[in-house]
Write a new protein. Sequence first.
Lengths: 183, 384
Amino acid sequence: MPISRNFKAFFSSGFGMATYEPSFYVEACEEAPEMLANDTTGNYRAFRDEFAAHIRDSSFAPPSEGDTQWMTNEWLRNIWYDAFGPEPPPGDPFAVPQEHWGHRRLTDYMVYAVNETPEFSSPGAPAWLEARGLTFADVNAAVELSATQSVGFRSAPEGWLEHLKQLTDRGLREPQPGELPAG
Amino acid sequence: MADNAGTAMRGELRATIEGLLRTCVELERRADDAGHEARKEVDDVARVLVNVRVPGLNDLTDQILAIGGQMETNVVRALSDGRRTYLAEVHELLGLLAPYHGVNVALGPLEPTTIAVRDVDAFANQFPAGFARTYIRDLIASVDGGITLTVDNAGRLRIERVVADQAAIDVLQRNEEEPSVDHRAAAIALLKNESCHAAERHGPQIPKEHQLARLIWLLDPRGENAWRLNSDGSVSTRHWAGARTGGFTSVEALAKPLEALLSVAHESHGDLNEFLNSNLAEEQTRVGIHVSADAAGLVAGDASGYRGTATSTEEMERDWIAARKLAMKNGNTHVYGTNFDPISEGIDPGATVVFKRVGPAWQLVTCFPVDQPHPANIRLEDLE
């Protein structure tokens, strides 16, 4: 699925700006429940549905050279969690095990908005954590995981390029550099 | 781009690699100094002997000079042998960092050479092509210009909690009647809004040291966010910045991208709110617009700041940020930055102008110089 104008509008409304304007990223995540609740036009729901489709179909192209489709999908899964919570996007073939979030796996929201105490964290952090069944202590412990421990970095699974090729052949996505030739 | 799992591990890897390479550069410098010093002393001895004419010892001067040359060679060789251990360690650590960069195959071997670190490209070529070589080259290239500051010095900086941008705005206002500048009054109005921190975080009045403290220790130059140096040496802060800090070197430069944007908006719709509303979805509440340096008339020297060392890709930036997060937790280490002019050094330079929708109106949130637009941003020339 090509990226729609509606998706682009919402995505660039904070979610895609974590490294440039983290406060916007944090705001965009914190306001997501309210946006869904007050979505009279259905545009926000359409955005969320398309978000899930891009994860399912690997159809959000890597934003810059050197990023792979797998890394891009993993980044999108983190944004999904930050915005919409622990329920994985519908149809995700490589959903993150729920118990990893905030323990073995950290997201940009956790890095930016959750610090040692509420005083040094985003005002919205307590509610955000509660909605996900996490505590400040959980996230801080995950940040401090020692170098010797195996942590939740996920490499692309076995047969990944073949999986992408099938999606490409079905016309669900555009092929990206370094992938298997079409056909 | 990938997840931040194990920020500590990632940060430790990144910090250790840079630390080892900096040590290599320092060792080489000292060995060179020691070698030169040894040779100079021997030369001095030889020079005294030049005037001594003893039958049968005519070759002595040459022999002594040869010893000096040999000593210099020996010192440098001993160093490069000893350095192998460091480089092997760097190579191994890069292998652990590689998966974060989408590299899922084992790194190629380290080439056994004795090349000096100062020959940056040749030195980097010892490392396997691709991810590892690029990383090494970027790190070595930033050793000499690498700047940091201690957490104590950061803690001593005085943040003036005055409305820092008022001075900047005053200067703009004085020049408001300049006939060559359109839309200056509108630009000032945007900057004056309370929710705007463009001048307070990116204005020309901010001392360079504060920009560095923001980069290394996340000290807010605006003084708004809590920042505390704890008794165990760690730092707590609510402020956040990426791996680049800095701003405009004059108030005129700060106004340039705003004036360029306002000019386009007024030509097409006669009004900024109309312009943004007609280009953006109804529900969009925030937007980052890239105004290219050409469109804004920004030139080399209009912007200045710092960027984290070896942060040329988004994943390298995440490595650096992880190392900073660790440094702030430990308090006993630090990361490095280099001086940076995003306009002259950027590949697609300009300014990011950020707006937020409040009711029916769009408010300016910030405006800062960039070396390239973020992929999520919209370009001014694409708006109608």
